[in-house]
Design a protein around this ligand. Structure first.
Ligand code: PLP
Ligand SMILES: N[C@@H](CCOP(=O)(O)O)C(=O)O
Length: 471
């Protein structure tokens, strides 16, 4: 299996190289050259299997010879051993035809743990074998950062720097990033919003001198391995509701488009998914784009679902690549236009292709709070605000297929918003009960790439002077 860039002008890589690289050198995102499909019999056989077995069967065709089967199985087992639920991603019924996929039983209480715990294992196995060392820089609106720090803290061949928007993450999210004591992890509070942090990160990848010097790696969903690990729970959920004999729909609380893009890959692999519904908060660039065909940035408005306060939605580029018939030049042109004018218009053909798969909806702050309250009353399920955005949009898209809404974070990560909506302050699980007593370690940084790069260079213990792999 080979990986190509959505902008068509970067080296073609193996799975392992794409995983250790992050952003392609032409500014694009890596995608598989072709998507492997599973037969109806192979999908049927997944029903009732342990999550780890489904993970192996879904991901194996994408990883080529990077790991032996035994090695890969063992890494998967280690990745999910620390989850707080035997099913890993349990399904709960909210209404006769509406189900909630709980993705918050991992160590940092958000869906990011599914991918991050696994790629922590994969990075370690690969780097131990090669003897290389990498510098991970990540941008977060709260959950990616905490999951990355949890997965990579203490590893000997990785330094991790997480840029988060100062004052725009919940206190639990911030403390999950700032309290680990391991010296290889660094939480950096940046002046700006998530888009600022993601822009800085992408600019670092485009500074080849810096990139090669520190052996920069990314663990945001620009990294294909992140998306791949998230494909698995679409299979586990759908097969437990009767797929492939019965089609299902999914609604996904969406920001950077990584999670819903994983659903799109599951669909391309042969999982019978009818609709993939994009659920956004008031930062609704994707909903506006699907509705009008114009992708136009407007600046981020803080919300009670802060992890989705995103305008420049990275993985949408991967969907556009397919919608434009995998024409890298066309995608590169759109992205240039976005950079210079803050917007682009999707062609009629591409828009039609997107609308064949995706539907969308937007939820106001008041509707989000009302959904938390109503779902508690009707289904005894306490939702986090992001999951509530999903449930609210899903309710407008219920049809003949079972609808599965992704519950992307635990309510205890956002206690203020949840308490204001429901009157209940959700407690942290016992293993995190002392989070508010732990000492914080954080560096406040300006929105200044040069200053950030200088800090990273100064802190890394082992700077690499050349990039032998040239990726
Ligand atoms: C809790 C939560 N829900 C939803 C999202 C949106 O997911 P994605 O960025 O993959 O669209 C995020 C952030 O990514 C998140 O942290
Ligand atoms: N909501 C995310 C934003 C980054 O998304 P990613 O999936 O690209 O890592 C967060 O919590 O950081």
């Amino acid at each position: 299996m080979q990986y190509i860039s959505t902008r068509g002008a970067a080296p073609v890589l193996t799975f392992e190289q794409a995983m250790l690289t992050g952003l392609a050198r032409d500014g694009g995102l890596y995608v598989p050259e072709s998507i492997p499909t599973l037969t109806e019999a192979e999908i049927t056989a997944m029903a009732g299997l342990p999550y780890e077995d489904i993970a192996f069967r879904v991901m194996k065709p994408f990883i080529g010879e990077t790991f032996t089967d035994a090695e890969f199985k063992s890494l998967i087992a280690q990745a999910y051993a620390g989850f707080g639920h035997a099913a890993r991603a349990p399904l709960k019924q909210l209404a006769p035809n509406h189900f909630l996929l709980e993705l918050f039983h991992g160590p940092t209480l958000a869906f990011k743990d599914f991918a991050m715990q696994l790629i922590g294992q994969l990075f370690q196995a690969s780097l131990t074998r090669s003897g290389d060392r990498v510098t991970i820089v990540g941008a977060t609106s709260g959950d990616t950062g905490s999951a990355a720090i949890e997965a990579f803290k203490g590893l000997s061949n990785v330094d991790v720097f997480i840029l988060f928007p100062h004052g725009r993450v919940s206190e639990v999210q911030r403390r999950q990033m700032t309290t680990p004591a391991e010296s290889n992890v660094h939480a950096l509070a940046v002046d700006g919003d998530f888009d600022t942090c993601q822009g800085l990160l992408k600019d670092m990848f485009n500074d080849f001198d810096f990139r090669d010097r520190v052996r920069l790696a990314g663990v945001n969903s620009i990294n294909w391995a992140r998306v791949l690990a998230q494909v698995v729970y679409y299979f586990s959920a759908a097969t437990s509701l009767g797929a492939p004999l019965r089609a299902v729909d999914f609604t996904v609380p969406t920001g950077n488009f990584g999670d819903i893009f994983a659903g799109y890959i599951a669909r391309k692999m042969g999982l019978p998914i009818g609709k993939l519904v994009i659920a956004t908060n008031q930062n609704d660039i994707l909903h506006r784009c699907l509705t009008t065909g114009v992708y136009q940035t407007e600046g981020v408005t803080p919300s009670i679902s802060p992890s989705m306060d995103i305008q420049v939605s990275s993985n949408f580029e991967r969907a556009l690549f397919d919608a434009y018939g995998r024409d890298g030049k066309a995608v590169a042109q759109l992205m240039d236009e976005l950079k210079t004018t803050g917007q682009f218009t999707v062609s009629q053909g591409a828009l039609q292709a997107l609308r064949e798969v995706f539907a969308s909806g937007r939820v106001s702050e008041a509707e989000t709070s009302a959904t938390i309250k109503a779902t508690l009353a009707q289904s005894a399920e306490l939702l986090c605000p992001h999951s509530a955005v999903g449930v609210a949009v899903a309710e407008d898209h219920l049809g003949s297929n079972p609808m599965i809404t992704l519950a992307t974070a635990h309510p205890a990560k956002f206690p203020d918003a949840v308490e204001a909506a429901s009157g209940i302050r959700p407690p942290l699980p016992p293993r995190m009960a002392d989070l508010f007593q732990r000492e914080e370690r954080v560096t406040r940084m300006p929105n200044d790439r040069a200053a950030l790069q200088a800090l990273i260079l100064q802190r890394i213990s082992n700077v690499t002077t050349s990039n032998a792999a040239g990726v």
